[in-house]
Design a protein around this ligand. Structure first.
Ligand code: ADP
Ligand code: MG
Length: 261
């Protein structure tokens, strides 16, 4: 199954992406055209290459092969139109920065974080913190925030960058219900403003509520299409192999599909 998107309209089209870590193949010949103005989920088992896909898509992970296109042209470096919210576990939370510093990093991109900031930049960074409900924590060291609060700070950083495409790696992992709702709300606002989201998601039970489009991955593309079409028992079986039981599958799938003989 493949999505019928036109790369010429897409904020990020991935063509023939192959990545390996030494001998270990993480991605093989992955094609994916990010649908513009939609919320897309990347789903797959542990080790499927989901995090690698995001890093390679940003150009920060070396590729064995593959092209990255933005509306049909080569990905610019750095890709200023893309904001990245990494997996929480990959961040050094002892880093001596406040929440406001982290948001300002999104604003400055290539510039050094110690360079003086202008008043209007700080004002805009505070505005972005306010949009994720974190204005009161601007001066707090990031290591002293809860998991959900840290995730919101990184969302504020992405907003500050005024990106048109958000790449997020399991933003809902280990956050409280209030943060989960705040993130979903932010996705919807971002989409309403024309933005696109590509998000690694591990909770199949909320997939249909939160996302429009699904990329099912297991080193290779297993399925790519609207959630309503691509989220099927056959595709999940193929992606997860023996790692999901029939009972788990039945619970996860929409009622109509699960109750079919
Ligand atoms: P996912 O995010 O889907 O769990 P990853 O993209 O993190 O998968 O990893 C894909 C595969 O590449 C896994 O087998 C993983 O062990 C391997 N891998 C990831 N990062 C590295 C690395 N820095 N060095 C070596 N192998 C890695
Ligand atoms: Mg991962």
């Amino acid at each position: 199954m493949s999505g019928a998107q036109d790369p010429a309209d897409s904020p990020l089209a991935i063509q023939g992406l192959t990545v390996s870590y030494g001998e270990r193949l993480a991605l093989l010949g992955v094609d994916f055209v990010t649908p513009p103005g939609q919320l897309s989920a990347i789903v797959g088992p542990n080790g499927a290459g989901k995090s690698t896909l995001l890093k390679a898509a940003l150009g920060i992970q070396p590729r064995v092969a593959g092209d990255l296109l933005v509306r049909g042209r080569p990905l610019p470096r750095p890709p200023r139109h893309i904001a990245y919210v990494p997996q929480r576990s990959s961040i050094d939370w002892d880093f001596p920065a406040t929440a406001l510093d982290v948001v300002l990093m999104g604003l400055y991109g290539g510039l050094r974080w110690w360079q003086p900031t202008r008043h209007r930049h700080r004002h805009w960074a505070r505005e972005c913190l306010a949009r994720v409900g974190m204005e009161a924590f601007a001066e707090r060291q990031i290591g002293r925030l809860s998991g959900g609060q840290q995730q919101r700070i990184f969302l504020a950083r992405a907003l500050a960058q005024e990106a048109e495409l958000l790449l997020l790696d399991e933003p809902f992992a280990g956050v409280d219900a209030a943060t989960e709702r705040a993130i979903v709300e932010l996705f919807r606002t971002f989409k309403a403003q024309g933005g696109s989201v590509l998000c690694v998601h591990h909770d199949l039970a909320t997939l249909g509520d939160y996302f429009d489009h699904l990329l099912l991955l297991d080193v290779e593309v297993v399925a790519d299409g609207p959630v309503a079409e691509a989220f099927t028992a056959a595709n999940l079986q193929q992606a997860y192999g023996g790692r999901l039981t029939a009972a788990q599958l039945a619970r996860l799938l929409p009622v109509s599909e699960a109750s079919r003989p």
